[in-house]
Ligand binder design. Structure first.
Ligand code: AMP
Length: 438
């Protein structure tokens, strides 16, 4: 620092927090151009799959009134208790969205879609914000993409959302994909199960982690998916929801499994998968990639949340969806998939006088749909050609005094060295640079 800015002349932005100003906040990061090839691939394929299944994009604000999440995610969750980024303006408290399901449901209710076309399918993609403990594969600004199908209680919709996530993750090439399914019953059968679970756990209370000791009172179902090895061992011996379902939930679970089997989805039932909130009902699912390593190997999860719409003051119409973590999917794919797109041409000026023509030629090619770059720094011919190589240009388009006089450019295919002259007027035509000519 001292070398850059003598201490008696600190730049005005280098204030008391000093270097911190020059770093992205903890838990956030810049996604660099060379990483974004993989991101764009993942997002593009996802959009494609979502739309094949009839989902439409819905973009909701990055922030909402905080009480939407307080009610919609629940006061006793980690997210609402300690992870939300909130801020106030005037009387109202706002929160950066920590997830998007609550926002999509808010929009469904706000636009009164239930009274026009009840069954709606939405997909979304974008950043979410949670002030989580810093850990590998865990960020404070992270990206999710997901779908919400609102307006149906049919088990085939559960199966359809699951098969979509499964196909997408397989298509993307996620290694060691694990797809797991469970049911958590409904408001009719869950209270009795919860009591049973509590009774079965009390004798082992002292062996639980401090977190689960608190959960025993407040959110006993969440005991089942604690990642602490001690708690996980106990959880395997506790009663299973699948054995305590009411008739309706039993039939729903059978129907979801029947549909998934018919669709040849590779999944397994894991009785330890739960969602801790009351508005979740019946189907829950999780997608993971153990290859990611560590405890943060979940790629996404979802389920049916029939209780959320009524909880937020909306109609009781049923809803199911999933959210996938884009950061983790990209990490699960390993090396960048696609090389950065090659540039069609690099326009090279041999002398100063040719630069204006080069600018015009580049513009002409760009408006014709080609990507190209040129030098703005007065570099030598050699340096311009080196730069063309560095940028991965497919061709160089060279203009010097001699060419300028005849209104032609020398177009050379960088890889083969094949060269020919092309008239200025033809450069942006199929017989010029585009689409495959030298
Ligand atoms: P959730 O909304 O908690 O069910 O999370 C769904 C998925 O989003 C998870 O399985 C992760 O892949 C991803 N995810 C959640 N929180 C984070 C985070 N802090 N950093 C990165 N990915 C996350």
């Amino acid at each position: 620092m001292q070398g850059l800015f003598p201490l008696n002349h600190p730049p005005p932005w280098l204030d008391c927090i000093g270097m911190a100003l020059l770093q992205a906040p903890v838990g956030t990061r810049d996604l660099l151009p060379e990483e974004l090839a993989a991101w764009r691939h993942v997002e593009g394929r996802s959009r494609d799959w979502f739309e094949r299944y009839g989902y439409q994009e819905l973009r909701t604000p990055l922030f909402e009134y905080a009480d939407l999440f307080q009610r919609g995610i629940g006061e006793v969750t980690d997210i609402v208790e300690k992870e939300m980024y909130t801020f106030s303006r005037g009387e109202r408290l706002y929160a950066l969205r920590p997830e998007q399901t609550a926002s999509i449901v808010r929009a469904y209710i706000e636009h009164d879609w239930a009274s026009t076309r009840r069954f709606r399918k939405f997909w979304y993609m974008g950043p979410q914000f949670r002030h989580e403990r810093k850990q590998r594969h865990r960020y404070r600004q992270f990206y999710q993409m997901g779908v919400e199908a609102i307006g149906s209680t049919s088990p085939t919709v559960d199966a359809e959302t699951m098969v979509l996530a499964w196909r997408l993750l397989r298509d993307l090439g996620v290694r060691d994909l694990v797809t797991e399914l469970n049911t958590i019953g409904c408001a009719a059968c869950r209270p009795a199960f919860r009591e049973r679970l509590r009774e079965a756990t009390i004798p082992r209370q002292a062996e639980l982690c401090p977190h689960c000791q608190r959960r025993l009172e407040r959110n006993v179902l969440r005991l089942l998916d604690c990642k602490e090895p001690g708690c996980a061992a106990i959880a395997r011996e506790l009663p299973r929801v699948v054995d305590h379902l009411c008739e309706g939930c039993g039939a729903h679970f059978d129907a979801v499994r029947g549909a998934l089997d018919a669709l040849a989805v590779e999944y397994r039932v894991n009785p330890l998968i739960v969602r801790g909130l009351d508005y979740y009902s019946r189907t829950v699912c999780e997608f993971s990639s153990p290859g990611l390593g560590g405890s943060q190997n979940a790629l996404g999860g979802g389920g049916r949340y029939d209780g959320l719409l009524p909880l937020l003051g909306g109609p009781d119409v049923g809803a199911v969806g999933f959210a996938l973590g884009t950061d983790r999917i990209v990490e699960a794919l390993g090396a960048p998939l696609a090389a950065p797109p090659a540039m069609d041409a690099y326009v090279v000026a041999v002398d100063e006088e040719s630069r204006r023509d080069c600018l015009l030629l580049a513009e002409r090619m760009r408006t014709a749909g080609l990507s190209c770059e040129l030098d703005h720094e007065g570099r030598s011919l050699q340096k311009q050609l080196r730069q063309a190589h560095r940028l991965g240009a497919l061709r160089s388009v060279v203009v010097g005094p001699e060419e300028r006089g005849r209104r032609v450019a020398r177009v050379k295919v960088m890889e083969t060295g094949e060269e020919r002259e092309v008239a200025f007027d033809d450069l942006a035509r199929p017989e010029g640079v585009a689409p495959r000519g030298p």
